[in-house]
Design a protein around this ligand. Sequence first.
Ligand code: NDP
Length: 328
Amino acid sequence: NKQILLKQRPKGKPETSDFEIKDFEISEDKTLKLHTKYISVDPYLRGRMRDEESYIEPFQVGQPLESMVVSEVVSSNSEDFKEGEHVIGMLDWKLEQSHDGKGLRKIDKEMAPLSAYLGVLGLTGLTAHLALDTIGKLKEGETLLVSGAAGAVGSVVGQIGKIKGCRVIGIAGSDEKIDHIQSKFGFDGGINYKTTSNMKEAIAEHCPDGVDVYFDNVGGEILDATLQNINKAARIINCGAISIYNETGTPTGPRPEGILIKKSALMQGFLVRDHQEEFQRAIQELAGWLKSGKLKYDETVVEGFENTPQAFIDLFDGKNTGKMVVKI
Ligand code: NDP
C-alpha cells in the first residue's frame, strides 16, 4: 500500500520534493476498508502546508496529506455502508485505507460521474452557488466579473450568472481559456490577464456599465484593478487569493478602503464550510441545472496516484481547465 506524506513545508511555490510517497501497512482495526478512486487537489491545501493557525488545522510534516476523496468500499463491518458502494469524504492520500465511516457520505454513480462529486456537485460547485446566494445576490441585468474564470469555482460562477440573467465577464490566464469560457459556458467576454498590461482599462472596456459583483478567486493585482471599476453598492466576494498563496511575506498594495466607502460597496469573505446546512439544497439545484443542460463542467483528470503532488502544483501554473482531479 502507498501513501503521500508532507516531507517538508514548501517555501514559495511547492515542488515535488516537498512530498514523499511511502509504503505502509494498512491497519485492519476499523469497520471499513476503502479503495481510493479519485483525489481532489485544491489551491487551499497550500495554506494547510504552512505552520499557521487558520480555519483548518495545518498538515504535519511526516504525516499523510488529505483532501476530498472518492473511494469504493472494498470491505465493510458497518451497517451503514455496503461493499461496492462509493463514498466521499475528507480522506488521506492513500491507495487504500481503513476508516470508521464518520463524516463519509454515500454517492450515486448513476446520478453523476464519480469525479463530479469533487467538483460541480462538490465543494467547488457549492462554493460558487452558495457564495453568490449569500453575498453576490445577483440581479438580472447586472455585470458579474469573475477571476479564475476557467477553473472549477469560476466556471460555475459564470454559468450561474448567465442563469440569473447577468452580463458575465471572466478573467483567466490564456486565450484558449477565454475562448472556451465563451463558447462552452456562455460568458459574454473575457480578459487574458497574462497578456493584458493594464487590467484596470481592460476591465473598464469589458464592463462598460461597471462591475456590480466581483467574484474574486485570485486576489492581488487583479482585485486592485477591479476595485477601480466597481459600481455603487457593488458586492465583492473574497473567495480565494491564489495569486498570493505562494508568497512568503504579506504583500501590500493599493488600499481598497477609500473605494469601498465611496461606493458603499460590500466586500465579504466566504468559507464554504460555514454553509453546510445548505449543501443538500444547493446540490439538488446544481444537479437540476446539470440535468437540464443549463450547467456544464470541465475536468482536468491526471492519471496515477503518484502524480497527485504534481497535479496540485500544476494548479499554480493554470494547467487545469475546470476541476483538477487525480484518477487512481
Ligand atoms: P481552479 O480550478 O480555479 O484552479 C486554480 C486556477 O487559478 C488555475 O487554473 C489558474 O488559472 C489560476 N491561477 C493560478 N495562479 C494564478 C495567479 N497567480 N493569478 C491568477 N490566477 C491564477 O481552483 P478552484 O476552483 O478549486 O479554486 C479557485 C479559488 O477559490 C482558489 O483561490 C481557492 O482557494 C478558492 N476556494 C475557496 C473556497 C472557500 O470556501 N472560500 C472553496 C473552494 C475554493 P489561470 O490559467 O487562469 O491562471
